[in-house]
Structure formats: C-alpha cells, structure tokens
Design a protein around this ligand. Sequence first.
Ligand code: GLN
Length: 446
Amino acid sequence: KHFLARIERLNPTLNALITVTAEQALAAAQRADELLASGEAGALAGVPLIHKDIFCTDGVLTTCGSRMLANFVAPYDATIVEKLSQSGVVMLGKANMDEFAMGSSNETSYYGPVKNPWDLKKVPGGSSGGSAAAVAARLAPVATATDTGGSIRQPAALTGLTGLKPTYGRVSRYGMIAFASSLDQAGTLTYTAKDAALVLRDMAGFDPRDSTSVDTPVPDYVAALDQPLKGLKIGLLKEFFEGGLEESTAKLIREALQVYERLGAQLIEVSLPNLPLSVPTYYVVAPAECSSNLSRFDGVRFGYRCENPKDLVDLYKRSRGEGFGAEVKRRIMTGTYVLSAGYYDAYYLRAQKVRRLITDDFARAFQQVDVLMGPTSPTPAFDIGAKVDDPITMYLNDIYTIGANLAGLPALSIPCGSVGGLPVGLQIIGPHFAEAKLLNVAHGYQ
Ligand code: GLN
C-alpha cells in the first residue's frame, strides 16, 4: 500500500509506469502474507516489484513502449515473471521504456519520456528508463530490466542505482520481446548489490524454452557477498578513460578505485585495442537482428492493424508505418540494408568478425585480472530533448557499455558519487558467469 500510494502520487510526474496493477498487487500481497504465516513462502515473498514492459505478463497489457503493441495482452508469463512470482514477489505494474528497447534516454517511447527523479528536466537513461526512475523514486525496491547494449547499466548510472546485466544465457529470454537476440539479456535494477543478489538468485537458471539459455547451476549469490577483496586484481581499461569522458566523472571513478585499493585490491592498466570499434559494430549487428525479429509485427497476427486496408501489401505497409516510431524504423532500415545482398559481406560479416576480436580482447584481459573497471557512461544525465535529433551522439552514449554485450559478459553499474546533484556510475565487468564475483566486488564498496 505504501508503494502503491507513492506510485499514485509520483507517477503522473515521472511517467515511469505504463500500467499499474493495484488490485492484483493487493491480492498477491495477501497471498504472500498467508504463505509467510504458514511458513511456505519463497525468498522474495511480499517484495514489491515492477516489470519492464518488455516482459510478457499473462492477462496484463505488454506494450514494449510501442504503439504496435498498445493493445497487446500477453496470453502467458515470461519465464522470469513466472519464476519471480513463484518466489513471492508482488508485481505493482509495468515500466515505461524506449520503444522495443531502442534508445538511451527513454525518449523513443510511444508513451512519452520518463523524467529523472533527481532532476525532472533530465533523462533517466534508457532503454530501461521507467524501471530506473521507478526504483530511484522509491516507487518499488526492485525493477526488472533488459540490457542489449547498456540499457540496464546506463539508466542505473544516471539514476544512482545498482544495475546488473548477467552473462548472456544466464537468465531466460522466453517471453521477453526480442530486440537483438544474440545480445539481449534480462537483469535487475535495485538499490544495492545485495538486493540484486537476492533477486538474481530466483530469476536465473536454465530454461528449455530458451535455446540459448545455459544449463549451469545457479550459485548462491547472497552467500558470496562478503568475500574479502584483498588481492583482487582490477583491470583499468585504458580505452574507458578516453572517448568523451567528462573530467568530473573521471575524478569520481578514480576516487572509487582508491576505495578498492584501500580494501586491498591491486590496480593494473589493461588495453583492449579493438574496444573503440564496439559502437559501430553494435550498430550493424543489433539493427540486423532487430530487422529480422520485428518482421513478425505485420498487422495480421497481433498488435496494431491499420484501418481499412486496400489489400495485403497495404495492410503490411500501413500497419508497420503507423505502428512503429522513427527510431525503430531507422533501425529496421539500417538492418535490412546491412543484410542485403551486396552489402552483407561489407557490413554484417565484417561486424561479426570485429565482434570476435573484441571478445578475444576481453578473454586476454581476464587472463591477467579478475574484473575490469571504468565509467558506465561518459556523462551524467543529460537534458530531455538534448540529443533526440542527433542519433549518432545518442548512440555514443553507449560507448562504455556495448563491449560487454558483444562479448556476452556480465557487468554491473554501481553509484559512486554525484556531479551537481546528478549520480555517476562505476562499471564493473567480469568473465562469463562471474556474477557472484561482481556482486561481491560491488557489495565490498557499498
Ligand atoms: N542504447 C542502446 C540502443 O539504443 C542499447 C539499448 C539496449 O540495451 N536495449 O540500442
């Protein structure tokens, strides 16, 4: 009731939630109470949570931030929705997001921009901007989110939260609306690493309904939180201290690194020479996959359908033309272009090769160090409207986050101070399936 009251009071200003499921939440809370009383409750019994509107929720609107799905009520739950509700969470509603998770500022949503609770003129980051604003404004202690190129970590940094993107394959993608299937991964936005550990423990795991889900046991992330950090080898990514990093942000990152030194960690400079190619590589691979994934929205099977189509081709053209926003169309066109005969070798195949080089760079670095650290975002939150007309500048916001997605690595962002009242995030990247280590390292700082 406390959180529902905050949502009622603050959501009209923040625009963080697209749907509020108050009645279902009260019923679920009641059920959690009963299970707690009878001693049968799961670990997260009664924990209020908001799901990003990219996860299918049985009987509840799932829009993916798009006009295309403005009337779409999913007939089933995504695996993570099912798993978390089995653990007892109480869903309060569905979070606003960039349309089909394409964006870095939550300004591409059909449902309008989300405001950053720290300064209402600023963006909360994207694409999980609604999830981030909701948790930062204490509308819920936890929100789910997804990260294809930074969409958990960058909003976490811009709103002062802990944002965890697990290893590709750690969390099921079943029932999570696809953007770029080889990059998409679900994770959490929470206040602390400890909260993230609690939620990930019940969210992760093998799922036969996701062919890329990895069948490896889920460790007890909570039990590993208090390992001492003495002797930890931290790699400082040379390339992360370049690329438009603002000095005030760099200073806070250096201060956070000093905290780790005091905890007994050793700082080692490492270089990933191919990392500066990650943004152009991503903006070939991700649009290519999105152009294929989004071909299912044809006005026939589900979602938006135009009025009075003349014939089938008119139905396709107008349903897609009217249902998708500008950024989604830009991505579909780019993706179709890079996959087309004559350009495939020059763009798509080449991007896949560079992706391999970047992955190999990371593998080499992890032979030397336990984790890599650097900034999450080159700047704190920027003004709403400042970058909307300049897609390239917007894309460059992901310069530090995209590498982990291309290599499938787990990464998280934790708050490490603020500049002019706006939070700054420290990014920590680990080897595949090192979530327990990342959470331990983040918890040590917090
Ligand atoms: N900002 C990036 C993009 O627009 C990443 C989005 C994401 O991680 N979903 O594609």
